[in-house]
Design a protein around this ligand. Structure first.
Ligand code: ATP
Ligand code: MG
Length: 233
């Protein structure tokens, strides 16, 4: 089991006011799954992804990442997990503007302590996986939105993570570049990568194996076509 939530809650304390962003959610995600998270604005999708990605800890409940209880890990351990085991893709790409595509993609490997030659070789390989071998020396402002998102995807892939998390990866793109990103994510899944993505895009959600629906901080549905099939066997 890659991810296991047991009654996980998240409360943001804003002075006197407690914002209950997640209420006692339980679910599991296995290696190799392609899962979408959908729900209205403010329902807790980004909060859920942040907890899954070890960017924040649950307030209550238990989260096991690869059988390890996240609550008990130090900040340093969490940072190590984020760097080595999780790839992040954001709506607004989050690339470093002064760096080339190659340097952006190689950065996680620097933090992982790899020597320069190995970093460059692996960054080139990741950029070729996303079809950008001919743009490695371009800076973000010399790339289209779709190309910038592909650089971000290469950066998420470069450490060969256990899981790739994406928050509205097509949200800032026109429909053509969005479609190309959807195709790319689908290809990564076919090659065995585990992906969890938050999306408003019905086309993208429709491609995933399972859709987790969240409303007011509660998971109200976890549609899994394969599990439904099991009832008929
Ligand atoms: N850092 C924070 N501090 C306080 N409250 C927060 C914080 N982050 C999120 N919230 C609150 O938690 C709730 C869930 O927010 P979240 O960002 O997870 O929603 P979302 O489903 O991702 O929405 P959107 O579709 O608009 O991105 C909201 O009510 C929000 O105001
Ligand atoms: Mg959000």
């Amino acid at each position: 089991m890659l991810i296991q939530f047991k009654a996980v809650s998240k409360v943001y304390q804003m002075g006197e006011v407690a914002v209950h962003a997640l209420h006692q959610n339980s679910f599991t995600i296995d290696s190799g799954e392609f899962v979408s998270i959908v729900g209205p604005s403010g329902s807790g999708k980004t909060t859920l992804l942040d907890v899954i990605g070890c960017l924040s800890r649950p307030t209550n409940g238990c989260y096991l990442f690869k059988e390890e209880e996240v609550q008990n890990l130090s900040d340093r351990d969490l940072a190590r997990i984020r760097n080595e085991k999780i790839g992040f893709i954001f709506q607004t790409f989050h690339l470093l503007g002064r760096n080339t595509a190659l340097a952006n993609v190689a950065l996680p490997l620097f933090y992982a302590g790899l020597p320069k030659e190995a970093r460059m070789a692996r960054a080139r390989e990741a950029l070729s996986q996303v079809g950008l071998s001919d743009r490695i020396h371009h800076r973000p402002n010399q790339l289209s939105g779709g190309q910038q998102q592909r650089v971000a995807i290469a950066r998420a892939l470069v450490n060969n993570p256990d899981i790739i998390l994406a928050d509205e990866p097509t949200g800032n793109l026109d429909s053509k570049s969005g479609g190309e990103i959807i195709e790319l994510l689908h290809t990564l899944h076919k090659h065995g990568h585990t992906l969890i993505l938050v999306t408003h895009d019905k086309e993208l959600a429709g491609l995933t194996d399972r859709t987790i629906t969240i409303k007011d901080g509660r998971i109200i549905g976890s549609e899994d076509p394969r599990k439904q099939m099991e009832h008929f066997r």
